[in-house]
Design a protein. Structure first.
Lengths: 171, 341
C-alpha cells in the first residue's frame, strides 16, 4: 500500500497526527498550582518514590503559557473559580485538564454554597481521579489514562476542530 | 579556481559544527533532567525510548505544534525579535572556540583539484581563528541581555518586565567580573586568540597559574548564564517565569535553546582558557575537549541540584564587593609574579 510497499522495513513511516500525538503524550508539562490537600499528593507524585519525571512530566511550568496540562488538585471554592478559569484560559492549545480528588470532581464532602460542585461545571475535564485525596498511584494511573486518550487524539480531523470551536464559543 | 570548493567546505564545516551544537543542547537538557533526577534519588525521564533518549525529540515535536501566542497589547516586532537575539547570541560565540587541533591534512585532492586547506584554518578544529577571539566571544555573548530586556518589555507584562530588568542588572554587574577574571590568563598567554591560548597550555594548564581566576570566572559565568544559585530572573515564587512568562511554543523553545547554549559556551570557554582546551594524552583532541566541557556542564547541573538561590541584594553585594575586588587583586598578583619571575 502506497509508499510503504517500496520502502519495505527499512524506513519507519507514520502519519503526522500519530507523530505529534506521540510528542504531546511524552512531553505533557503540568501547570504549577495546587488548591488543597490533593496538591500535597501531587507534589509527592513528583518526588522520588513515585517520580512523575519518568514520563517526562517533571517540568512543572510556572507560566501557564508553556503548560499543557492543568491538574485541578483539590477543593475549588466559588472565590477561587475565576482564578482557576483564568489560568486555564491563559494556557495555550492544546491543553488538558485532570480533576484530581473528590472535591474537584464533584464537590466531595463539601456540599455547601461556597464550594464548586465539580470543576467540570467550568472547565472541560478529560480525566477524573477519585479519592480523598487520591494516592500518587491514583494520579499516575489517571495520567496514563490521559496518555492513552492523547495518543488517540484526532487533532487534524473535522471532529476535533468542531470540538475546539464549541469550547471557544462556550467560553 | 579553488574558491567554490573552499567556500563549500567552509559551509559544510559550519553546518556540521552547528548541527552538533544543537544536538548537544537538546541532550544537555536531557542530561540535566537525568542528573537532577539522580541527585534527588529519582530515575528521571526513562519511558521515551531507551533511557529516555527520545525525550528531547518529544519535547521538540510538542513545542513545534503548540499554539503560538502573542499577548494582545504586546509590541509584536520586538516580541518576536527577542528569542532570535537570545538564540543567535548563543550560537555565534561557538565560531571562535577551538575544539580540536588538526582535523584534516594540509591539502586535499578533490575532483582532481589540489585544495590548500590551510586557508581560513579549514584544516584546524576551529571555525574561525580570530586574533581577537576572546573579545569577540565576550562582545557577542553580552548582547544576549538585549534579548531578555526586549522580550521582557515587549511582553507588556509586569512579571516579564521585572524579570528582564533583573537579568539586565545582573548581567551588567557580572560582565565586569567576568572580563576582569580572564585578564590573568591573557597576561600569561600574551594573546587574545583562543587557539594561541590553548597552545600556550601545552606544558601546564592555566588553572595552575590562575586558580583564583578560574574560581572567579566560574562564579561570574554562573551568574552570566543565570543558573542556580543566581537564577533570580526566573524564580517561580516571585516572577512566574521571568522574561519568558508570555512566551509559548517554539519562541519559548528558542529562549531555552539560547539559555542552554550559553551554558555550553561558558563551559567550553572555561575549558579553553583554564583547562588546556583540547590538549591531553592518549585520546584524540576532540574527545578531550568534549570530556572537559561535559565535566563542567555536569558541575553546572550539580550546583543547581544542591544550592539554594541568592537574594537579590546578596547577588549584587557578591558581584560588586567580592568578585570585582578579588579579580583586580588577581590581576595585580599575576603582574607582580610575572615581573619578578
Amino acid at each position: 500500500m502506497g509508499v510503504e510497499e517500496h520502502l519495505g522495513n527499512n524506513v519507519l513511516t507514520t502519519t503526522l497526527e500519530k507523530l505529534v500525538d506521540w510528542g504531546r503524550k511524552n512531553s505533557l508539562w503540568p501547570c504549577t498550582f495546587g488548591l488543597a490537600c490533593c496538591a500535597i499528593e501531587m507534589i509527592v507524585t513528583a518526588a522520588n518514590r513515585f517520580d512523575i519525571a519518568r514520563f517526562g512530566m517533571e517540568a512543572f511550568r510556572a507560566s501557564p503559557r508553556q503548560a499543557d496540562l492543568m491538574i485541578v488538585a483539590g477543593t475549588v471554592t466559588k472565590k477561587m473559580v475565576p482564578a482557576v478559569v483564568r489560568i486555564y484560559e491563559q494556557m495555550t492549545e492544546p491543553k488538558w485538564v485532570i480533576a484530581m480528588g473528590a472535591c474537584a470532581s464533584s464537590g466531595g464532602i463539601f456540599d455547601s454554597y461556597a464550594v464548586v460542585q465539580g470543576i467540570d461545571l467550568y472547565l472541560p475535564v478529560d480525566v477524573y481521579v477519585p479519592g480523598c485525596p487520591p494516592r500518587p498511584e491514583g494520579l499516575l494511573y489517571g495520567i496514563l489514562k490521559l496518555h492513552e486518550q492523547i495518543l488517540k487524539d484526532p487533532f487534524l480531523t473535522k471532529q476535533y476542530r468542531e470540538r475546539v470551536q464549541a469550547r471557544q464559543e462556550a467560553a | 579556481m579553488n574558491l567554490p570548493v573552499l567556500v563549500g567546505l567552509m559551509v559544510v564545516k559550519i553546518t556540521l559544527v552547528l548541527v552538533v551544537f544543537l544536538t548537544t543542547i537538546a541532550y544537555v537538557v536531557l542530561m540535566e533532567r537525568k542528573v537532577l533526577g539522580f541527585i534527588q534519588l529519582r530515575y528521571g525521564p526513562n519511558r521515551v525510548g531507551p533511557w529516555g533518549l527520545l525525550q528531547p525529540l518529544a519535547d521538540m515535536i510538542k513545542l513545534l505544534f503548540k499554539e503560538e501566542f502573542t499577548p494582545p497589547h504586546a509590541n509584536k516586532t520586538l516580541f518576536e525579535l527577542a528569542p532570535m537575539i537570545v538564540a543567535i547570541t548563543a550560537f555565534l560565540p561557538l565560531a571562535a572556540i577551538p575544539f580540536a587541533d588538526r582535523i584534516l591534512p594540509d591539502s586535499l585532492t578533490i575532483y582532481g583539484y589540489q585544495v590548500d586547506l590551510t586557508v581560513a584554518a579549514l584544516n584546524r578544529g576551529v571555525v574561525a581563528d580570530v586574533n581577537i577571539g576572546l573579545l569577540y566571544i565576550f562582545a557577542i555573548s553580552s548582547l544576549a541581555v538585549y534579548g531578555a530586556v526586549i522580550g521582557g518589555w515587549a511582553s507588556n507584562n509586569k512579571y516579564s518586565l521585572l524579570g528582564g530588568l533583573r537579568l539586565c542588572a545582573q548581567m551588567v554587574s557580572y560582565e565586569v567580573a567576568l572580563g576582569l577574571s580572564v585578564i590573568g590568563v591573557l597576561m600569561v598567554a600574551g594573546s587574545l586568540s583562543l587557539v594561541t591560548i590553548v597552545e600556550a597550555q601545552k606544558s601546564m594548564w592555566f588553572i595552575v597559574y590562575q586558580p583564583l581566576g578560574f574560581l572567579l570566572y566560574l562564579c561570574a559565568a554562573f551568574a552570566e548564564c543565570a543558573r542556580t544559585p543566581f537564577d533570580l530572573i526566573e524564580c517561580e515564587n516571585e516572577l512566574v517565569a521571568g522574561y519568558q512568562t508570555e512566551y509559548s511554543s517554539m519562541k519559548w523553545g528558542l529562549l531555552m535553546l539560547g539559555e542552554y547554549g550559553h551554558m555550553i559556551i561558558a563551559s567550553a570557554l572555561a575549558v579553553t582558557l583554564f583547562l588546556g582546551g583540547w590538549q591531553g594524552p592518549f585520546l584524540p583532541p576532540i574527545v578531550w575537549f568534549l570530556i572537559k566541557t561535559f565535566a563542567l556542564i555536569f558541575l553546572f547541573i550539580w550546583v543547581r541540584g544542591t544550592y539554594p538561590r541568592f537574594r537579590f541584594d546578596q547577588l549584587m553585594y557578591f558581584g560588586w564587593k567580592v568578585l570585582i575586588p578579588l579579580a583586580l587583586l588577581n590581576i595585580l598578583l599575576t603582574g607582580v609574579v610575572m615581573m619578578y619571575l
